[in-house]
Design a binder for this molecule. Structure first.
Ligand code: GLN
Length: 229
């Protein structure tokens, strides 16, 4: 079992997520520069958070065309798990790995705070460390996290169970106040159709050990890296 973290110019959560992966896996992941034209054989690929290419054009749009992305698309199509966090989520969407778009936050401001999320389904390798409907606390830090999609896609995401997490209040209600960025349906994370790719705006790696002030993120890395056959 092995993992790779992809590093783009402007990534800044690559080392944080490598620490969380190492804690779960027992050894460090491969750190793969975006210009690499080959990908080590891994069971999990992480697209980390940050500001790839300074968020020029649209967040993630330039990184989505990096040489390594062709390899990642092929690996994802073959069933390799891809965890795309924040800027990684933006890159995955721009690369066509996940549906929808991430627009500028409704409040037009960078939002940096902890949020509560509801686990929409726990029968996936990304979420099986949580209970169904569990409310977890992860931090957000972004200015383009406003999830949008056309009405038909939103209906399909709901109908096919492809919403991974929603922004909720502490009691688990998906209210407007609990939504930090105006995301449609309070959507904080989504799966692809095969549920081997998951993108989310909040950062599980930032609350993955007690010294960071919380451990809710740790279960995601634990199940991703321990349940691979
Ligand atoms: N923390 C991050 O990954 C930042 C995401 C992105 N660059 C934004 O601000 O929207």
């Amino acid at each position: 079992m092995d993992a790779a973290v992809i590093v783009f110019p402007g990534s800044n959560c690559d080392r944080d997520v490598a620490v969380a992966v190492e804690a779960a896996l027992g050894r460090a992941p491969h750190m793969v520069w975006h210009r690499a034209d080959s990908l080590p054989k891994v069971d999990l690929i992480v697209l980390p958070g940050g500001f790839s290419y300074g968020d020029y054009l649209r967040s993630g749009a330039i990184a989505a065309n990096s040489p390594i992305m062709g390899r990642i698309k092929a690996a994802a199509a073959a069933g390799t798990r891809v965890l795309a966090i924040c800027n990684g989520f933006q890159i995955a969407i721009e690369a066509g790995l996940l549906p929808g778009a991430l627009m500028t936050n409704a409040g037009l401001k960078f939002v940096c705070r902890d949020v509560f999320l509801k686990v929409e389904r726990n029968d996936t390798p990304f979420t099986s460390g949580y209970s169904q409907g569990q409310v977890v606390r992860f931090p957000v830090a972004h200015h383009q996290g406003n999830y949008a999609a056309d009405a038909e896609t939103l209906k399909r995401l709901d109908g096919d169970g492809l919403v991974a997490f929603r922004y909720v209040d502490a009691a688990g209600n998906a209210t407007g106040e609990a939504n930090p960025n105006g995301s449609a349906g309070n959507i904080a994370g989504v799966f692809n159709d095969a549920r081997n790719v998951m993108g989310l705006m909040p950062h599980p790696e930032r609350l993955a050990e007690a010294a960071l002030g919380g451990t809710d993120g740790a279960a995601m890395f634990r199940t991703l890296l321990s349940k691979i056959a």
